[in-house]
Design a protein. Sequence first.
Length: 360
Amino acid sequence: MHAFDFNATMYLCKAMYALLRTILFQFAPEAVHLWTMRQLDRAYTITPIRFLLKGVYQKKSEHLHRTLWGIDFPNPVGLAAGFDKDAKHIDALACLGFGFIEIGTLTPKAQDGNPKPRLFRLPADKALINRMGFNNGGVDAAVLRLQKRKERIIIGGNIGKNKITPNEEAYKDYEYNVKALHAVVDYFVVNVSSPNTPGLRELQEKEPLMALLHKVQAVNKSMPHPKPVLLKIAPDLTDTQLDDIIDIVAATQIDGIVATNTTIDRSQLQTAKERVEAIGAGGLSGKPVTARATEVIRYIHQKTKGSIPIIAVGGIFTAEDALEKLHAGASLVQVYTGFIYEGPGIVKNICNALLQQNKN
């Protein structure tokens, strides 16, 4: 096939996805996610379809490469943690053009997470609310899957603590995860910013976070080839708390920040208040987080004069959203909610915009 055929096919796929999304949005979000991932996995096993997916959605150019922490990212657009928690769909997702995929959040022991329903769409806001609660099959099971994957793609390991682990012993869970994943991921992300595990965000406070990251770094550096360690932060932090984060990064010598996680703020929503209240607790992602995530990135970048690498996540739906994050100081971007609303073409759209910017 020629490039023209792939481009034409992409436009067709975009139209088909818009129709499919309308149908799928009539069903429960978590069930839809499981169903679509099964279909994508099946598609991957059929060689012509796998070839077609790669041709349609992957964009390859040396101008898209980004080097960070000694890692060569083929493009700066990744899939955020939470989408493929258990590393069950790496091979199929790798066909959709991502420069890297972040798995997790993983915990040492398998856990069911919070009771269902726990994932909700807010179409009027192009948003999601989730209170999944670190549902995953445990880090050891994910390691086995990663050892068997076929596609070569950069993998980030997002790690957390089990719900039953008290905060004063949380470091043991993070240490276990680092040791388990070390040989099969390219970088780590310490997640203490999810609002869906009781008490977890308390670990974002300066003293406990400093202690936790020192322990994670000690374990990481004791391994034969230490991996980059990043910290994922909430968008709800004050400037004073962000200053603390900057101090902690310097003191613990971790390698970067992922900004940002979901928010507990509901002030910017268009969805009816009654609907939002009926949904209840959870982290909000999508368009309502766009501006605040960019503010956090810009603040950290300016305060540190760009010395801390940042992976941007939060409300990226368009190429313009991604460029805004990069201009604010991010080195890489990740999509999640935008991927669900806009479809798999989102990665190539961003890559094309970056290449066009290079030409200009």
